[in-house]
Design a protein around this ligand. Structure first.
Ligand code: MV4
Length: 479
């Protein structure tokens, strides 16, 4: 592999290029008209404009990206996350044009893109699943009987959905038909596929996902878990590895289940198998994400691997050079997603100019960043500015490093999720590990953040006053 095109933008494009460079592979950036001056363009050996700002006219134009790849003699394409990363048609287009797609084969992407197809595929692989149906519901009275058998509340899910889209809770028998009708018509509208199924509703789950890596020769390893229970409206905000609650036995069981999911679809490359974990530490397979995930750095830190390097190596046919028994968790890593969103105003996007933009630096701090001081946050794309990742020998240490790093991250011009992150990392529920996917709903309100900021401002004012009085010799300097 001599030349790699990165079909993405922002921090992830830069992160992929960093490893390509380390491996002596030339890089090609693609960019939209809005990203002409973006850092990811500067990081590449070559860069090509692929269209106007809107994603569907640029970063989602698979045909255009293939055309550029051929013109520039590109050997491989890394799709990053989002955009074309889980687009089976694009992976197929790469396959057809003899360009290596850094990811699984199109067939695995397609199967895992459908929840029902995924359930069907993993059958016989000994994967625990939430009680429910595993075929599209066609007969509503029959489905209601099954729901009664499972017991309410139940959850209706769209087969084509993902990340929480197309889900509906049904509290009782009386509302079953109406909720079912709504779910089916919503799924048709949103995904062009009205297939839905039902599951028992797990009321207070934790979100645990297992990172896996597979080569073309039948070797599959897992790189432990990430916990991503701190989310709002299905958008992850804080992730960590390892989880505060898994025992080594449970970790091993979930790791084996994840490996089996990967085997069931002849998986190649980096993938993530998502599970729900209930209060009694029972785990259930949810879905598989067939891409490198946003939160991959926390796994890299505790497992001591470069996931992009492994992706590239297995894509070009190399054997995995690590076996499961070699892997060991080392310390604890946390990630805060820094979004240009206003936590005081229902997390509405806060677009504008980064008038001040200074990153925290130091040992045990990693910032995967896509911006520079003076840049505007474009309105066309996801408003994530960067990922702040910290490490410690223990979870407590990683939290302390994180809080200091948040304090040393200086952003003016837009509102960000940094203060919200501080709120999470200082919260007793997070620190004790006693939380689930309802953390934000249960514990956060903008007024609590206001109170916290007021308290800090008061302390700062008192310190300033004391200094002033000492300077004016109105207060004795302590000795
Ligand atoms: C569930 C569930 C409870 N019971 N399934 C949300 C995203 C999608 N991947 C699956 N999701 C859920 N599925 C059953 N049977 C609760 C959720 C869920 C959730 C899962 C992970 C992380 C955050 C979540 C927030 C709300 C609901």
């Amino acid at each position: 592999m001599k030349k790699l095109l990165v079909a993405n933008r922002g921090e992830i494009a830069i992160r992929v290029m960093r490893t390509a460079k380390k491996m002596g592979i030339k890089t090609v950036a693609v960019f939209s008209e809005a990203d002409r001056n973006s850092p990811h363009v500067q990081h590449a050996d070559q860069a090509v404009c692929i269209g106007p700002a809107p994603s569907n006219e640029s970063y989602l134009r698979g045909d255009k990206i293939i055309e550029v790849s051929k013109e520039l003699n590109v050997d491989a394409i890394h799709p990053g996350y989002g955009f074309l990363s889980e687009n089976a048609d694009f992976a197929e287009l790469c396959e057809a044009n003899n360009i290596l797609f850094i990811g699984p084969r199109s067939k695995a992407i397609r199967v895992m893109g459908s929840k029902l197809a995924a359930k069907e595929t993993v059958k016989g692989y000994n994967i625990p699943m939430v009680p429910g149906t595993d075929e599209a519901i066609t007969d509503i009275p029959e489905a209601k009987k099954i729901a009664k058998g499972i017991g309410f509340p139940i959850l209706i899910k769209a087969s084509a959905g993902g990340g929480g889209k197309g889900m509906r809770i049904v509290e009782n028998e009386a509302e079953f038909e109406s909720q079912m009708d709504r779910a089916i018509s919503e799924a048709k509208n949103a995904f062009g596929d009205g297939s839905v199924f039902i599951e028992k509703y797990v009321a207070s789950p934790r979100h645990i996902e297992i990172q896996i890596m597979a080569d073309m020769h039948g070797n599959v390893i897992h790189l432990f878990e990430r916990e991503c229970s701190v989310q709002r409206r299905h958008q992850k905000v804080v992730e960590e590895a390892p989880s505060a609650v898994l025992t080594p036995e449970l970790r091993n069981q979930m790791g084996q289940a994840a490996i089996n999911v990967a085997r069931s679809c002849d998986y190649i490359g980096a993938g993530t198998v998502e599970f729900l974990l209930d209060e009694n530490l029972n785990f259930y397979f949810l879905e598989m994400n067939t891409r490198l995930q946003v939160e991959h750095p926390v796994s890299e830190w505790i497992a001591g691997v470069d996931l992009v390097e492994l992706q590239i190596k297995v894509a070009r046919g190399e054997h995995l050079n690590i076996i499961q028994e070699d892997l060991k968790i080392n310390g604890h890593a946390l990630e805060l997603r820094v979004y240009a969103e206003d936590p005081m105003n229902d997390f509405l996007p806060s677009v504008g100019n980064l008038e001040v933009y200074k990153l925290p630096e130091g040992e045990n701090i990693r910032v995967d960043n896509g911006f520079e001081q003076g840049m505007d946050i474009p309105i066309y794309y996801d408003p994530m500015i960067s990922k702040l990742i910290t490490y410690g020998k223990t979870r407590e240490e990683a939290i302390e490093v994180m809080i200091k790093a948040i304090d040393n991250y200086h952003i003016k011009g837009v509102e960000t999720t940094l203060p919200f992150g501080r709120f999470v990392f200082e919260h007793e529920a997070f620190r004790s590990g006693n939380f689930d996917t309802h953390f934000v709903k249960k514990h956060f309100s903008h007024s609590l953040l206001e109170d916290q900021e007021m308290l800090e401002a008061e302390i700062a004012a008192k310190i300033a006053l004391k200094h002033f009085l000492m300077e004016q010799k109105l207060l004795k300097v302590p000795n």
